[in-house]
Design a protein around this ligand. Structure first.
Ligand code: ZN
Length: 1041
């Protein structure tokens, strides 16, 4: 082999670059020879439609002639092309492609079946008509190309995440037949790899020069115009790539993947087609590359393909049997890792795993969530309860402040459950199969010397697309080459088995995986958050009441199918770009309509269950007051039912846990009143004091909290000289990701919103309830009104808030400076709670300036604390002694209308003695979120109160009561309980239902073989460790005849 005459790195390198360049010297370089002769189409016509039509319907429409260069659109429309072609006879023996370059996302249909995706952005611009045209092969053919008028990443106006441009037009720039030179393609792949190796290893590396000189010599011997010179060049490359690496080489597991956001910069309906385009392309690659393995997540997407593309679904099942198509993840969608409730997370797996089992004969063994905005500390326990011990993600590489210290590690959750976690060290789930990425995977790995295996997920992602043949060609060529890591086409199973084999040296990370970015997603699109919380509650209540009705009524049919449908809608909305608010307006509207369905169907199902529950009971009133909360007895006011006028009077009623009581009549109220009534006193300066004997609330004339006293101890909860219920406005301009990010510097722009004295007015004058209200002008465009309510016997004061919000890049919060000192604040998460610092000692502390929580946060010192509860918020923070709840944002991309308009939400403040556990903060937050239901019944309501279940320990929460999934168990209930205090506890569950047998089971409702529970006197004992979630199967006795 002749070495270059001059030792000049740059000229040698660039010489080779020009030889393969698609831009320069294509008249004489190798790239210019990739395609040979071309030939025009025999006919091209099109049909434009705003609908997303099924194939059979589309092809029957009127097509009109069109030609290359024509435009079509606008955005979200579909252009169907009829492509008639005749391959020239002279091309016998050649590989023939349909070359197709257009904007938008194309799908080729042949003989009524989708066969391949075509997207310029996804580097898929030709469809292989034949590998080698045979003598007798048919040469005339009609295809259809369905082109969606949107890009892989939507249709943002001016930038990717800008709101879509509805006027965008699309162009067809190439449509013809051409002969493809496979030998040229192979040489190009080799030369590009050699160039990348030379560049990647750098000019101080022996192997790098070997690569460069090999490439240089290939250029010397290869005459692009003389195909008979190609084999000599190819032999040079083969010699280089045939030089093997040593035994200690790192192994890269290259797994084909295609991350498809279930909705994001495009609507849900487009995702259905994205799945078809991406997966049919993957199927084609699997056919042509027997060693290619493709990992595919999200049951919902597979379910869409099942119903819209049955032919493709069969192919997927076929390749799943061969082990090439590998369903992963186990969840219904790749959900947000922060906001869904614990029960909703369980349902992601329950719905997902059952679907995978039904469709592919087995459940997934790894949780797969490459792209979400943080990971709850309860996920390890939920995964393990759902048959999963492995987890793959990579998003933590986006941390803005701290670089996460591991790529392969054990993750220990809140309860001590451990799973093996792998972050692909290349920090991407959309690799292209380049040498640079392969080298980065090795150098970037934070667990060198601890593990010698890494994942490498390749294929266009986010908007779909997936792998290409060229990516596969590159990765296969790299196989085992000296100087580079070993690259093998692999499966998630092989990867994790390899990681498990040498997991002895791995580190452990305890607690949540907090993403130091995208912290605005806890607040953006407040209506989506509110819908999420409400619908989680509605489904909880429907399942609970339906279960009680099932146990008590022989006639009642548990609405299993409807509930599955409604749950799936809720789970769909919990996708990581939907409930987070990081989607376009169209997606938010679709999501709101899903919530609307859940609300309306849920309310009908509640009514049906209540009616069944009451059938046959004697009683004076046709109104039932139901407590769906499973903790201690709930004492409160019936909240006005929106549809039932009867339910709108405030009344004091005590309803036992998971049970009901007859509605009190207004006349019977006074004798029933055991507590001190609420007193409301307005001073001459306009300030008001509300007092229910438990807490005393004093508001200044503008509605701010001057004082909050725990009456029994006289203890003040508001910091001296400070004011609570202070609304504050911040400038909220992130660096780029508008809907996603709130940056640390927003805190520097804090402006308190000041009201006008004299606006505070007394609403309800006391007795059962005392309330005051006020108006607050937030800005020239936005205003707020608030009703501050104190109920008899209630340990917290409620703030019912209505905001008319018309802002741009502002952030509204409300603050409560507490007379409490603690370095840690507590935040509720799924099935438990955790602490985060209130200070900024380290970069890990201050990076958590905006965090997420569920129904409550608490700041406590020894013996006293202040809790802030909410009914639909998720963003919060506690800095020093100030508790802050994030209320509304106003980002403009990708949805320019996000959060504009009217909002309603409630938060509540609860000062308490002792710890929050002892004080019952958790139960109070349940009561706020699950107000007593007033349900009308067609017949008479029961005359006496009744409780289905109660618990002996306040540390244990009865979260869920539902029918078991399996139809063979239709008289079996599932109960889910968790330990909420962080303690070891033995708890007795009292049952008033006709239960025959009880067993422990896992989260997938599979019976624990050793989990038989002894029933004694209608109660059974369950033991818990801190934050443990336990599920029980209760087999009901046969219904009475
Ligand atoms: Zn995503």
């Amino acid at each position: 082999m002749a070495a270059p005459a001059l030792k000049h790195w740059r000229t040698t390198l660039e010489r080779v670059e020009k030889f393969v360049s698609p831009r320069y010297f294509t008249d004489c370089n190798l790239r210019g020879r990739l395609f040979g002769d071309s030939y025009p189409l025999a006919g091209l016509s099109r049909f434009l439609t705003p609908e997303r039509l099924p194939y059979q319907e589309a092809v029957q429409q009127d097509f009109s002639p069109t030609q290359v260069g024509d435009s079509f659109g606008p955005t979200w429309w579909t252009c169907w092309f009829r492509v008639e072609l005749i391959i020239p006879e002279a091309w016998v023996g050649r590989e023939v492609h349909l070359c197709w370059e257009s904007d938008g996302e194309g799908l080729v249909w042949r003989d009524g079946e989708p066969v391949q995706g075509l997207t310029k952005e996804g580097e898929k611009t030709s469809y292989v008509l034949t590998d080698k045209l045979g003598e007798g092969d048919p040469r005339s053919l009609t295809l259809y190309v369905e082109v969606a008028c949107n890009g892989l990443l939507g249709a943002g106006k001016g930038s990717m995440i800008a709101a879509p441009d509805p006027e965008k037009m699309f162009h067809l720039s190439r449509a013809e037949l051409a002969v493809f030179h496979r030998d040229v393609h192979k040489l190009l792949v080799d030369l590009e790899l050699l160039l990348d190796i030379a560049k990647g290893l750098g000019d101080d590396n022996q192997r790098s020069f070997q690569a460069l000189y090999t490439a240089n010599q290939m250029v010397n011997v290869c005459d692009p115009a003389q195909p008979d010179t190609y084999p000599v060049a190819a032999a040079l490359a083969s010699k280089f790539f045939g030089q093997r690496g040593g035994e200690s080489q790192h192994t890269i597991h290259a797994i084909g993947h295609c991350h498809i956001d279930t909705a994001w910069l495009w609507p849900f309906k487009e995702t259905v087609r994205k799945c078809a385009r991406s997966w049919v392309t993957a199927v084609k690659l699997m056919e042509q590359n027997a060693e290619f393995i493709f990992a595919c997540s999200q049951a919902q997407q597979l379910e869409w393909v099942k119903s819209h593309y049955p032919g493709l679904r069969s192919r997927l099942q076929e390749f799943a049997c061969r082990g090439q198509f590998v369903p992963v993840g186990g969840t219904w969608v790749e959900m947000d890792g922060n906001l869904p409730s614990g029960e909703a997370m369980v349902r992601q797996f329950l719905q997902g795993q059952n679907f995978f089992l039904q469709e592919f004969g087995k459940m997934c063994t790894e949780f797969w969530l490459p792209d979400t905005f943080g990971y709850s500390a309860q996920l390890p326990q939920i995964m393990r309860g759902c048959g999963i011990t492995r987890f793959l993600t990579q998003k933590l590489s986006w941390n803005l402040v701290n670089s996460f210290p591991h790529h392969t590690f054990f993750w220990e959750g809140l309860d001590g459950s451990r799973v093996l976690v792998h972050f692909p060290p290349g920090d991407s789930y959309g690799m292209q199969g380049n040498v640079e990425e392969v080298l980065k995977t090795v150098t970037n790995n934070r667990d060198k010397g601890r593990t010698n295996h890494s994942a490498f997920l390749f294929g266009f992602g986010d908007g779909g697309g997936g792998p290409t043949q060229t990516m596969l060609d590159r990765l296969k060529r790299l196989g085992n080459t000296d100087g580079l890591p070993r690259v093998q086409l692999s499966s998630p199973e092989q990867l994790f088995m390899a990681l498990e084999r040498d997991s002895g040296q791995l580190c452990t990370w305890v607690g949540e995986l907090f993403l130091e970015l995208h912290n605005g997603t806890y607040t953006t699109h407040a209506q989506l958050k509110k819908g999420n919380r409400e619908c989680e509650q509605i489904l909880h209540d429907v399942e609970l009441l339906s279960s009680l009705a099932l146990a008590r009524s022989a006639q009642f049919l548990y609405p299993a199918a409807q509930l599955q449908h409604l749950w799936r809608l809720l789970l769909l909305n919990q996708f990581h770009d939907v409930v987070t608010g990081s989607c376009i307006q169209q997606v938010a509207e679709d999501a709101m309509s899903h919530y609307k369905d859940i609300r309306s169907h849920g309310s009908a199902l509640l009514g049906a269950a209540a009616a069944a529950l009451c059938a046959g009971e004697p009683g004076p009133e046709a109104l039932l007051i139901v407590n769906t909360s499973g903790g201690a007895h709930s004492l409160g006011m019936t909240r006005g039912g929106s549809t039932d006028a009867q339910a709108s009077f405030p009344a004091l009623v005590t309803v036992p846990s998971v049970g009901y009581a007859p509605a009190p009549t207004p006349t019977s109220l006074r004798p029933l009143l055991p507590q001190q009534p609420v007193f409301v006193v307005q001073e001459t300066d306009g300030s008001v004091t509300l007092d229910n004997g438990i807490i005393r609330v004093k508001l200044d004339p503008t509605g701010r909290l001057i004082s909050l006293v725990l009456v029994a101890s006289g203890r003040e909860a508001i910091a001296e000289g400070a004011l609570g219920n202070q609304f504050v406005l911040f400038d909220d301009v992130p660096l780029y990701w508008d809907a996603w990010d709130v940056m640390d510097y927003h805190l520097e722009t804090r402006k308190p919103v000041l009201g006008q004295a004299g606006t505070l007015a007394v609403g309800t004058e006391g007795g059962l309830r005392g309330s005051v209200w006020f108006l607050l002008q937030i800005s020239p465009n936005s205003r707020l009104s608030q009703e501050v309510v104190l109920d008899v016997g209630c340990p917290y004061v409620c703030f019912h808030t209505e905001v008319h919000w018309h802002e741009a890049h502002k952030f509204l919060k409300v603050e409560f400076p507490a007379r409490v000192r603690s370095t840690q604040a507590t935040y509720e998460i799924q099935f438990g709670h955790l602490q985060r610092p209130t200070h900024s000692n380290t970069s890990w502390d201050w990076a958590r300036f905006e965090v997420w929580a569920h129904r409550w946060i608490d700041l406590s010192e020894c013996g006293f604390g202040l809790a802030l509860l909410n009914n639909c918020k998720y963003g919060a923070s506690v800095r020093d002694n100030v508790l802050s709840l994030s209320l509304l944002r106003a980002p403009k991309a990708p949805d320019a209308t996000a959060d504009m308009g009217r909002h309603e939400f409630t938060y509540a403040l609860m000062p308490h003695k002792g710890s929050f556990q002892e004080a019952g903060v958790i139960q109070a937050a349940y009561n706020l979120n699950f107000p007593l239901l007033a349900l009308s019944t067609p017949g008479p309501a029961p005359a006496t109160a009744w409780s289905a279940f109660s618990l002996s320990s306040p540390a244990v929460v009865l979260e869920t009561i539902k029918q078991a999934e399996k139809s063979s168990q239709n008289r079996t209930l599932v109960l889910r309980l968790y330990e909420a205090h962080g303690s070891h506890v033995d708890c007795w569950l009292h049952i008033s239902l006709p239960v025959q047998e009880a067993f422990l089971c896992n989260l997938l409702e599979e019976r624990d073989p050793a989990g038989h529970l002894a029933l004694q006197d209608n109660r059974l004992k369950v033991t818990f460790s801190p934050f443990q979630v336990r599920s029980l199967l209760l087999v009901l006795q046969p219904p009475p005849n």
